[in-house]
Design a protein around this ligand. Structure first.
Ligand code: SAM
Length: 273
């Protein structure tokens, strides 16, 4: 395959008359050194299947193809079809799907285990992550670019301002690590804020659906009113009795309860039903 002979991404965009569209959350990585580094962090290669959401001009796609992995890209913006078709003509291991990543069935798409690697559109980054963490299909790994503030919320530890629902759900289901900071100026056009890549590896002991549903319900209630004591915010779900059953202090606030504490709350809530 002649990926090395491809023209620079800037030229490809100009040739196709493509400009970034804000409504699609488009901020492109045109520096292949950066996209190659992300592909390395994803630890994928020959024999792996990767799903990439939002290939856009295809910088990260090129880097993923270079690893030898089979790459399935899901792009919502139809304008990118000709450009991505050209890339697919050179790369037999690339499959293009035009559609909304929020609506695709990843299991059917991949036909087996698959890794997710993406520079996510900011406007749907969090809903996509929640889908992958809590939905019926579990990825083999996730290497994802988010706004720095969202990345911080995913890896946050208890008793910090970034700690909340997202941290509990992400860390109950996965090992989560911030692996790369990417400044706003690395993107074309640059967004207003910096970004970071988070790598998530699903845990063998991740909670199954009833426990996971309970965890979602409890974290929504607990962090919906994060300034209140837990016994007040969880009043409708069992209040003080539930909190004591989980071995926690009813006087505490949600932000100091660790992931294990929330899992114990979920178990206590399930046991009472
Ligand atoms: N991967 C490219 C890169 O790194 O240069 C583009 C990243 S850009 C931040 C996000 C991409 O996601 C855009 O190509 C955008 O059109 C696409 N996109 C936005 N919403 C989407 C959705 N719901 N489903 C699939 N793709 C989407």
């Amino acid at each position: 395959m002649m990926l090395d002979d491809l023209p620079p991404l800037r030229e490809v965009l100009a040739e196709h008359g493509l400009m970034a569209k804000k409504s699609f959350g488009q901020h492109f990585l045109l520096d292949l050194n950066i996209t190659r580094k992300i592909a390395r962090l994803a630890q994928v290669g020959d024999g792996d299947t990767v799903i990439e959401v939002g290939p856009g001009p295809g910088g990260l796609t090129r880097a993923l193809l270079e690893t030898g992995a089979r790459v399935i890209v899901v792009e919502k913006d139809e304008r990118f079809r000709p450009l991505l078709d050209e890339l697919a003509a050179l790369a037999p291991n690339l499959t293009l799907v035009l559609g909304d990543a929020l609506a695709v069935d990843e299991k059917a798409l991949a036909g087996g285990p698959a890794h997710l690697v993406s520079n996510l559109p900011y406007n749907v980054g969090t809903p996509l992550l929640i889908k992958w963490l809590t939905g019926p299909w579990t990825p083999a790994s996730l290497t994802l670019m988010f706004q720095k503030e969202v990345a911080d919320r995913i890896v946050a530890r208890p008793d910090s301002s970034a700690y909340g629902r997202l941290a509990v759900i992400a860390q109950a289901t996965c090992q989560a690590q911030l692996v790369m900071d990417v400044p706003a100026r690395a993107f074309t056009p640059p967004p207003k804020v910096d970004s970071a890549v988070v790598r998530l590896t699903p845990r063998a002991d991740r909670p199954a659906p009833p426990r996971l549903d309970a965890l979602q319900k409890l974290t929504a209630a607990a962090f919906g009113q994060r300034r209140k004591m837990l016994r007040a915010s969880l009043k409708a779900l069992g209040g003080e009795e539930l909190i004591l059953a989980a071995g926690l202090d009813p006087q505490v606030r949600a932000e100091v309860v660790d992931v294990d504490g929330f899992l114990r709350l979920a178990d206590a809530w399930l046991a009472r039903r």
